[in-house]
Design a binder for this molecule. Structure first.
Ligand code: BEZ
Ligand code: FE
Length: 290
């Protein structure tokens, strides 16, 4: 039997009838429908179809343990934030989620409160004072907080070829009052890796590869939903055009600049100017999960 431009879709869909898993059947049906509608809508040519195949092939070729170009593609097409938004509906007072990104590394060193997680990473000193609480403002004691960020050159430790020890990343626990404080470095804006197919896509569509300055946080505590988010630095020129669409206004905070002197709450002396960040994280109780 032969199928034409308008009849092939139904025929392909009919071949899914033996799909055992109903969710897979639903996803495949919708995917095929949208894919065919897309090709019809733009009158896709054979040359363009082949360009697309080459693009996906290049995306696969450049992907390895340290580089996930498909995730980068999803991020820059806004798909990652869309999926996060529709899977993290929670009460308004809860801290919003943001993309995980490709630079998280498992097993970061554990630090005691007040310690320096920069561990030699270059940048202006920044002292973070945070609180982790529940919806009623109750302190979340003993929460595990994973922190990671880029250095002043805009690179994560894992992007350096000679990376031997983890820098500007660490794990800490909140105290009995749900508080957390540590020293790190001031985050700066940085471009996502753009030397691959995603970079070519961005420049072909007139887009820049920059993300506004941010620190990543992942917070886990029994009885609460896991939170993966960022805190963004206010007054960053890329807040309105983050290349991965990750910014939420509730996640923008002021990094206060100070002259050299005593830092709080660690009461150490900084002989150079430094910044402080104060931020409250509000977790969603697991019983609220939607
Ligand atoms: C990041 O913030 O680390 C990141 C997120 C998405 C894509 C690239 C980088
Ligand atoms: Fe980042």
């Amino acid at each position: 039997m032969e199928f034409g431009r308008n009849t092939i879709t139904d025929e392909v869909l009919s071949r899914l009838q033996n799909t055992g898993n109903p969710r897979l059947k639903q996803i495949m049906t919708s995917l095929i429908r949208h894919l065919h509608d897309f090709a019809r809508e733009v009158e896709l040519t054979e040359a363009e179809w082949f360009e697309g195949i080459k693009f996906l092939t290049d995306t696969g070729r450049i992907t390895n343990d340290r580089r996930q170009e498909f995730v980068l593609l999803s991020d820059t097409l806004g798909l990652s934030m869309l999926v996060i938004a529709q899977n993290n509906r929670k009460p308004e007072r809860c801290t919003e989620a943001a993309v995980f990104g490709p630079f998280y590394v498992e097993g970061a060193p554990e630090y005691a409160l007040g310690e320096d997680i920069a561990n030699g990473a270059m940048g202006e000193p920044c002292y973070v004072n945070a609180r982790v609480m529940g919806l009623q403002g109750e302190p979340v004691a003993g929460a595990l907080v994973d922190v990671w960020q880029a250095d002043e050159a805009g690179f994560y430790d894992s992007q350096y070829a000679d990376n031997e020890q983890m820098r500007a990343r660490g794990r800490l626990h909140t105290d009995a009052k749900g508080r957390l404080h540590f020293r790190t470095i001031l985050p700066v804006a940085y471009p996502i890796p753009s030397d691959g197919p995603v970079g070519r896509m961005l420049s072909a569509t007139g887009r820049h590869p920059w993300r506004p300055a941010h620190i990543h946080f992942m917070i886990e505590a029994p009885g609460y939903e896991k939170l993966v988010t960022h805190v963004f630095r206010d007054a960053d020129q890329y807040l309105c055009s983050d290349t991965v669409f990750g910014v939420r206004s509730s996640l923008i905070a002021h990094f206060q600049q100070h002259q050299a002197g005593e830092t709080t709450p660690a009461a150490t002396q900084s002989d150079v100017p430094f910044y402080t960040l104060d931020f409250d994280f509000v977790l969603n109780p697991s019983s609220n999960a939607q």
